[in-house]
Design a protein around this ligand. Structure first.
Ligand code: ATP
Ligand code: MG
Length: 419
């Protein structure tokens, strides 16, 4: 992508009403646009980044047997009345609206009800289980506060997976498998070291659940981290009984601010009971399906990466998440040969299946470097008279600023390295 063609531009400052670091940097770098509080548009650079996060999650969900589908955002109240969750007392963040004929509909806050009801058409026997279904789908929630940029919005995509198992044991096996998959996701997203499986409340569904919490000053949650064991406890269940159950002591824990990037939830038979999702077991007895739900917000994850890794110069993307693997910056200063050389390298990368963001604009070196820092692509290749004289490009690592000369014959290999 030639930067001269990109319709977005970087900006010096973020809107005054934008308080979150993630939104400030993402707006300044041209990744997102604030439509209103709690609603952001994803622009070309932002959408590529978002889609990379979605791809990581999709790969890991497919690897544990997830089958992707898409449910509707419009919700039929009948199903939610059966589970007792249509009322604003049960779910206080509902967006509801009315059809022309006066009938009420809801905008999806989550999807346990419609998926459980749908599954009654396909699950009848123990032979039909277990099954795992997931989606990347838009949720609408009338959140009270929306001051955390893309980490808490009123319209957001959620990856929600639901598990359908024969019994508690089969459910648990998958639950742990999904916890492992989540670990891989957060590692690949570059925040594995800061993210802890956190013992948390199970809300109205079960006694406990597990959250994946990332240490971050902008986080809204307080957790107690056991560094050695690599686990944590949410403040809401921080009691002596829970600590005893986990085999940890108060004085081994550090209190930290954190953001919930994902969670996994035992649902038991809470939804299968009321929506009639049962199966015939091997003895021919009709029994309710045991369920679980597993959420991650790719937008919240993207915002968290910015909060954790972003620095005073701008965004810092891990390799797998970055909108482009390399930012090719030509410092031609009117020298046609430099421009031609940079064009050639851009084409060479493309021929090797590497899509670069190519700063081919006619601008000062200082401006180009500042923009490149702000945009945060992991590797920058600089082409100038100086580098040409050495038959090389200068490779600069965005995360630590370390630079080296890479001979032109070695640039494809350089990008393919695994560190
Ligand atoms: P929170 O306590 O932060 O409101 P939640 O308990 O409501 O989160 P879930 O309903 O379980 O979260 O949603 C699953 C995942 O969806 C969360 O772990 C988070 O990554 C994401 N998510 C939840 N609410 C939002 C939101 N308003 N904006 C963006 N992502 C969200
Ligand atoms: Mg919430």
């Amino acid at each position: 992508m030639r930067q001269s063609h990109l319709f977005t531009k970087t900006r010096k400052s973020a809107p005054k009403d934008e308080v979150a670091k993630n939104a400030q940097l993402l707006i300044r770098a041209g990744y997102i646009h604030k439509e209103m509080a709690g609603a952001y548009a994803y622009l070309p650079l932002g959408l590529r980044t978002f889609n990379n996060i979605v791809s990581i999650i999709r790969e890991e969900m497919d690897a544990i047997g997830g089958q992707e589908l898409t449910l509707t955002a419009l919700q039929n109240p009948t199903l939610w009345e059966r589970s007792g969750r249509w009322s604003d007392e049960a779910i206080d963040v509902w967006f509801k609206t009315t059809l022309k004929d006066g009938a009420e509909v809801g905008l999806a806050v989550t999807h346990e009800e419609p998926l459980t009801a749908l599954m009654t058409e396909y699950i009848q026997s123990y032979k039909d289980l277990p099954k795992y279904a997931y989606q990347f789908q838009t949720k609408f929630r009338n959140e009270l506060r929306a001051k955390s940029g893309i980490m808490r919005t009123r319209e957001f995509v959620m990856k929600d997976l639901y598990s359908f198992s024969r019994d508690e044991k089969e459910f648990r096996t998958f639950y742990e498998k999904c916890a492992e998959a989540y670990k891989k996701i957060f590692d690949r997203a570059g925040i594995g070291a800061q993210t802890f499986r956190t013992f948390a409340s199970g809300g109205s569904f079960s006694k406990f659940s597990d959250e994946f919490q990332t240490i971050c000053d902008a986080g809204e949650d307080t957790i107690y981290v056991h560094r050695k064991k690599g686990i944590a406890v949410n403040k809401e269940v921080y009691t002596d009984e829970v600590l005893a159950e986990l085999g940890i002591k108060r004085d081994e824990l550090e209190e930290m601010k954190a953001v919930e990037v994902g969670n996994i939830f035992p649902l038991g038979t809470r939804f299968s009971d009321v929506l009639g999702l049962t199966y015939k077991d091997e003895e021919g007895k009709e029994v309710p399906v045991v369920m679980g739900s597993y959420g991650i917000g790719p937008g919240r994850l993207m915002g968290t990466i910015v909060e954790v890794l972003g620095d005073e110069k701008g965004l810092v993307w891990p390799k797998e998440v970055a909108p482009y693997p390399v930012h090719l910056v030509s410092i031609a200063g009117g020298n046609k040969e430099v421009t031609e050389e940079a064009d050639r390298i851009y084409d060479l990368l493309l021929e090797n299946g590497i899509e670069a963001l190519y700063d081919d604009r006619d601008a000062r070196a200082g401006e180009k470097f500042a923009d490149s820092d702000l945009i945060g692509i992991p590797t920058r290749f600089v082409v100038s008279e100086k580098t040409m004289a050495q038959g090389a490009v200068e490779a600069v690592n965005r995360a630590d600023g370390v630079s080296s000369l890479v001979p032109e014959s070695g640039i494809v290999e350089y990008l393919g390295r695994s560190d």
